[in-house]
Design a binder for this molecule. Structure first.
Ligand code: TXA
Ligand code: MG
Length: 328
């Protein structure tokens, strides 16, 4: 990135600010905005140069396609071919943290789709996101508003930390309710395939669709471009902890931070303890950034207990952030 630095304004997301944001988007600029999952970095999804800006500002590989945000199922039909399965899932979970992958329509340029014939579509439930989509009058392409590979931002200050100087405006709508990204489901055939666990759980999908498939390994990398790249990682190493004693001194030699549900092991300098898995998920990315700022040399993260519906999404983020490294 060698573009000149911009002045980034952080503005409370009142009506006037939303109008300003919509005008920026229509003129080809990018704006960060809150959704119920994480903050998004939004641009006009019908404008290839907006997509190019998104990739450049995030430092994102161009083969990792963007999610297109719409205000309703009807608007989704203008962006992609909504299969029977996609329609059923969207009627059950929209507005909300579900993204469906469907065959794309021409109006969405290939740049947005990372060159694929499909498009990922989501109708968020956050009132500011919906107001922005409505005021813009165009579908909004928005990845999470972090630099590529970093933890997703769950409040305006985290967006500022990563993208300050690179975008003109951040709409501040307070902290995100879910804190992890949407569930991405391939809905191009009759059976939903989970490509990324997230805010809608596998059990909730099963309750609506019956059978639900998950894929892993090479098959997942092929079908879900985002999984090919390193993700969600703070600048200090993360170690998974499944309970039991840990030699804290072996984890980098400085202060060690902890996130989890249970009492941390002895020797941890700073702990963020959640009351349940949903709170753990909501606070995870914020805690990572807080610990980075405190200057810890390692973060210990408790593996969530098996069986909790949000456990899959949380474990996925922890696994990627840690690269699978364990402690104890
Ligand atoms: O909660 C969310 O989904 C947030 C908010 C802002 O809506 N957005 C988000 O976007 O997490 P991003 O770009 O960080 O993640 C998009 C994911 C990536 O894993 C990407 O590979 C996948 O969606 N994706 C997008 N288009 C796809 C497609 N056509 N086929 C398969 N996967 C796709
Ligand atoms: Mg992301």
């Amino acid at each position: 990135m060698d573009e000149p630095l911009l002045e980034t304004k952080v503005v409370e997301a009142h009506e006037d600010a939303v109008r300003l944001a919509a005008d920026l988007i229509l003129s080809g600029e990018l704006v960060a905005f809150p959704t119920e999952t994480v903050y998004g970095l939004g641009g006009d999804a019908t404008n290839p140069s907006s997509a190019a800006k998104i990739y450049s500002v995030k430092g994102r590989p161009v083969d990792n396609p963007l999610i297109v945000h719409v205000g309703s199922l009807e608007e989704a039909c203008g962006v992609g071919v909504m299969t029977d399965l996609a329609e059923m899932l969207c009627m059950a979970f929209w507005p909300g943290p579900l993204t469906v992958v469907v065959p794309a329509r021409e109006v969405i340029p290939r740049e947005v789709r990372g060159g694929l014939d499909t498009v990922a579509v989501r109708c968020p439930s956050h009132p500011v996101a919906l107001a922005l989509i409505s005021a813009s009058g165009v579908p909004i392409a928005a990845p999470s508003a972090n630099r590529s590979g970093r933890p997703s931002p769950t409040d305006a200050s985290a967006v500022m930390e990563d993208l300050g100087g690179l975008i003109p405006l951040i709409l501040d709508g307070g902290p995100c309710r879910v804190g992890l990204e949407s569930t991405v489901v391939d809905a191009t055939s009759d059976v939903p395939v989970i490509l990324r666990h997230g805010g809608v759980t596998a059990q909730e999908l099963r309750d609506v669709a019956g059978e639900v498939l998950t894929v892993g390994g090479e098959e997942l990398k092929r079908r879900s471009p985002g999984t090919r790249h390193r993700h969600y990682a703070p600048s200090v190493p993360v170690f998974l902890w499944a309970g039991g004693p840990v030699d804290i001194g072996s984890l980098g030699g400085g202060m060690v931070g902890y996130v989890g549900l249970e009492e941390p092991p002895c020797g941890v300098s700073h702990a963020v303890r959640a009351r349940d898995v949903r709170e753990y998920a909501r606070e995870l990315f914020r805690s990572f950034r807080e610990m980075e700022r405190m200057g810890v040399s390692a973060i210990l993260a408790q593996v969530p207990p098996k069986g909790d519906p949000m456990g899959d999404a949380l474990f996925d983020r922890l696994f990627r952030a840690s690269g699978g490294r364990t402690a104890g």
